[in-house]
Design a protein around this ligand. Structure first.
Ligand code: RTP
Ligand code: MG
Length: 148
């Protein structure tokens, strides 16, 4: 099973979209194996977005990501990285297709609600930045036993 790191960015939390967005991943079948509300320290945001260091939007991006709490999710599933990125939609809210998270909930380019790891290497790095090993759960869903 592949794991990916999702961040519900400060705009998603402030707009009350934690449940809406998380619910989409649950319904799709991606399994939540880690979840917490946190304010990202600047040093972590800088490491997380290090590939963008030097670009014109980098400093504003770090300020945005650290301005108020985010929800970080670790999601597990077959092809979880690509599936989550598809569900997020294109980077800019103005361009993202309807039916995607960014396409359905936002129009802003910078404040685009959600981050998702874009490769297995990025996922490994980012999961390590945001979760300690004992904050990730291994569990087997047993829906039938809970329903009956
Ligand atoms: P993310 O890393 O947050 O999942 O987003 P992404 O892969 O779809 O897009 P990326 O190119 O990695 O950009 C990272 C974040 O920086 C902000 N951004 N602003 N030109 C701009 O003003 C600009 N370009 C990017 C967005 O918040 C984007 O998600
Ligand atoms: Mg990116």
């Amino acid at each position: 099973m592949e794991k990916t790191l999702i961040i519900l960015k400060p705009d998603a939390v402030q707009r009350g979209l934690i449940g809406e967005i998380t619910s989409r991943f649950e319904k799709k079948g991606l399994q939540i194996v880690g979840m917490k509300l946190m304010t990202i320290p600047a040093s972590i945001a800088e490491q997380h977005y290090a590939p963008h260091k030097g670009k014109p939007f980098y400093e504003g991006l770090v300020r945005f990501m650290t301005c108020s709490p985010v929800v970080v999710l670790a999601l597990a599933g077959k092809d979880a990285i690509v599936i989550a990125r598809k569900m997020m939609g294109a980077t800019f809210g103005s361009k993202a297709e309807p039916g995607t998270i960014r396409g359905d909930y936002g129009v802003s380019n910078a404040y685009n609600l959600i981050h998702g790891s874009d490769s297995p290497e990025a996922a490994t790095k980012e999961l390590g930045l945001f979760f300690k090993a004992d904050e990730l759960q291994t569990w087997k869903p047993t829906i039938q036993e809970w329903v009956y």
